[in-house]
Write a protein that binds this ligand. Sequence first.
Ligand code: RP5
Length: 166
Amino acid sequence: MSRSLKKKSFVAIIMGSKSDWKILKQTAIILKKLNIPFFTQIVSAHRTPFRMIEFAKKAKSKNISVIIAGAGGSAHLPGMTAAITDLPVIGVPIETKSLKGLDSLLSIVQMPYGIPVGTVAIGETGAKNAALYAASIMSLKDKDIAKRLSLWRSKQTQSVKLKPKN
Ligand code: RP5
């Protein structure tokens, strides 16, 4: 297929609740910086289970390459989504009031054998790394994204000073 006829691939950022957006907007900021197309959607595994099934079933046909799923508490959205689609799913554990997100982390990371979810750190750090991880996956097929990611990383390296003062 020629370059111009290639269909644009997307990252889908899904979240269990509107309240997760304050963390997942960090994912969106990094994806924007890397010029990677994405869209966002609230998809709750327990409040809107049929929306989740519909989303996951259609994800491939909508040209989604990577799904970033943020959820807190008994955070089954990433695992349930990964159970329906074989697209890569990155789970972002959202910090919770009662258990500081340890509940979310363990729910997401402890997937039984057979259905993997790539799990990142709790909260904003994880949300940002999820975007970089998605960029790495997309870089395998998209040289332009690979170049932008490589540039982003070399800028990060250059920004690290040798000495703690001045
Ligand atoms: C999960 O429950 C969501 O991912 C969210 O992190 C958590 C709390 O949701 P809200 O009560 O704030 O809507 O499903």
